[in-house]
Design a protein around this ligand. Structure first.
Ligand SMILES: CSCCC(=O)C(=O)COP(=O)(O)O
Ligand SMILES: [Mg+2]
Length: 218
């Protein structure tokens, strides 16, 4: 049975500002035009339907901006952001950056035969674009699977981690995250867990008990 490491992105692999400032600022002015131009795309049409249902009103762009301002990681918002970021990375407007310890750790795990997967609130499309266009080149060959709130479920619910474990077909899975509630959910599903406490990040001083804590990946 393979040994797996599953990794969160924001606050664990990349600075929170990379997502909440760089990526959100890129997406914000493009959400309205994207919906107007791609309204016939079934993925976009379904996201718009969900946004209206979840927000309870028809001002879709306002709902998206409100969720971004409150950093609410609502699935249809993440879907639309992912499409916009995918285009931004492909045309060279965006390049993903990681904490300095991250790429060496990913390469070492991969070289040691540990299988790597991502579980992030960012959509799978956005994740793949992110890892394809980094300051260290295309890192997608290091990753075997990508999970998000669509194909796995909410990150703070144990059921999502059970679902991922079924796909990975392993009971040797370690989850690295900066968010204690995500680690609690993974542990409830029988996973090993590691809290990542990054200096200067929102959860840098969080209480990760009972999870082992690291300050960088190695
Ligand atoms: C291009 S991936 C962007 C990641 C993202 O949108 C996000 O919300 C990160 O959340 P995480 O679950 O990785 O903390
Ligand atoms: Mg995170």
């Amino acid at each position: 049975m393979s040994k797996w490491v599953v990794l969160d992105i924001e606050g664990t692999l990349s600075a929170t500002d990379q997502v909440l400032v760089v990526l959100y600022d890129y997406a914000r002015p493009r959400l309205g035009p994207w919906i107007s131009e791609h309204g016939d795309d079934p993925v976009v049409a379904d996201a718009v339907k969900q946004i209206k249902e979840l927000s309870g009103h028809d001002d879709v762009v306002k709902a998206l901006h409100d969720w971004m301002d409150a950093d609410q990681k609502v699935t249809p918002l993440k879907t639309l952001q992912g499409l916009i970021w995918q285009q931004g990375y492909a045309q060279g407007d965006l390049v993903a950056e990681f904490f300095p310890d991250v790429v060496p750790a990913l390469r070492k795990w991969h070289d040691d035969g540990v299988k790597l997967a991502i579980f992030s609130s960012g959509s799978v499309a956005g994740q793949i674009a992110f890892f394809k266009h980094t300051t260290d080149g295309d890192l997608t060959p290091l990753l075997e699977h990508h999970f998000d709130t669509v194909n796995a479920g909410p990150k703070r619910e144990a059921a999502s981690y059970h679902k991922i474990a079924e796909v990975l077909q392993s009971d040797d899975i370690t989850f690295y995250s900066d968010v204690p509630a995500e680690l609690h959910a993974a542990q409830e599903a029988g996973w090993k867990t590691v809290g990542v406490a990054r200096a200067g990040e929102p959860y840098g001083n969080a209480d990760f008990t009972p999870h082992p804590t690291v300050w960088e990946l190695s």
